[in-house]
Design a protein around this ligand. Structure first.
Ligand code: 10G
Ligand code: SF4
Length: 311
């Protein structure tokens, strides 16, 4: 059986600016205020990141009832609903908001248009924390569609003032198809000036499209809970290339690489580069002799830390 020969690394891959900032917020809060720091929901959907922060003194909770009085609390990068924000304020926690500024931008747009009488069609995955956070900016008038079939059933109370918003980490192609169906049903619906799917999602999916042309299998480093990582593996499969997700190098199975001479490797926006490098070492141990970086966009986006945590 042929062993893998070459590893091709997607560019860009891994951490986005929102994830970098969110992890920095927890680390700086731990340094400045000491452990424990409470974090509502996994700061980002990655097992390694969460375990690392746990070892430094972060406590991850889903329900604010678990947070003691006077605690310091961080909201995850995915964002929170108004109800969660209000509860944290009422209970007097010292809050740092690690919501990605690109998610906050969507929240601000929803609040602004709602004041002008708009209702919303939100394209996203039911139950995902970002969707709960964005839909939870309003107490009514925001309707979720998950796929093209859902579009026929959505029932806004009026159609003159309708706007579409999306989760930031969707499949760019699926979201475009759903948006087309939404526009067919509601031709005058308002679209965001710039799409809500973020630059990092777009760039990582574009990179997988390039990678898939050159490899026999695509490995995605990412946790099963990570929506954007799942989208990368799904995209490779849609392009006809077998793809697997791994949360750690130990999960990679030797038989996945049997008979595949070129192995593509990428990572979701929440997956650290240290894991990618460990996966590279594992694939090399299975026979790969060279590593090549694909050409791709160099990302320079950086978001400032909240006041009170800057150095
Ligand atoms: O891809 P999802 O939304 O599941 O999140 P993640 O934590 O795996 O990656 C970072 C993306 C976000 C924080 C959502 S904006
Ligand atoms: Fe922000 Fe995009 Fe990263 Fe989400 S995936 S944290 S929206 S940069």
């Amino acid at each position: 059986m042929t062993a893998p020969g070459e590893i091709l690394l997607a560019e860009p891959r891994g951490f986005c600016a929102g994830v970098d900032r969110a992890i920095d917020i927890v680390e700086r809060a731990l340094e400045k205020f000491g452990a424990p720091i409470y974090v509502r929901h996994e700061i980002v959907h990655n097992t390694f990141v969460v375990n690392d922060l746990k070892s430094k003194g972060a406590i991850f909770i889903e329900d604010l009832a678990e947070v003691p009085p006077g605690a310091t609390l961080v909201f995850s990068a995915h964002g929170v609903s108004k109800a969660v924000q209000q509860e944290a304020q009422q209970r007097g926690f010292h809050v740092f908001d690690a919501t990605c500024p690109l998610v906050s931008k969507v929240h601000i747009e929803v609040a602004k248009l709602a004041k002008e009488g708009y209702e919303f069609i939100m394209i996203g995955h039911k139950g995902h924390p970002e969707v709960e956070g964005t839909m939870g900016q309003l107490d009514h008038g925001i309707h979720l569609v998950e796929d093209v079939a859902d579009v026929a059933y959505v029932q806004p109370s009026q159609t003159e003032r309708l706007a579409v918003v999306t989760q930031t980490t969707l499949s760019v192609d699926d979201a475009a198809a759903i948006t087309r169906a939404v526009k067919e049903r509601f031709p005058s619906i308002r679209e965001p000036k710039q799409q809500d799917i973020c630059y990092a999602t777009q760039n990582r999916q574009d990179a997988v499209k390039m990678l898939a042309r050159e490899v026999d299998v695509v490995i995605v480093v990412g946790s099963p809970t990570s929506s954007n990582s799942n989208r990368l593996a799904e995209l490779a499969r849609k392009l006809g290339v077998t793809s697997y997700m791994v949360d750690s190098p130990q999960e990679l199975k030797a038989e996945w690489l049997e008979g595949r001479s070129r192995v593509g490797l990428t990572a979701g926006a929440s997956a650290p580069e240290v894991l990618v490098q460990e996966v590279v070492a594992r694939i090399k141990a299975l026979g790969a002799v060279s590593v090549r970086k694909m050409d791709g966009i160099v990302e320079t986006v950086k978001f400032p830390l909240p006041k009170g945590l800057k150095l």
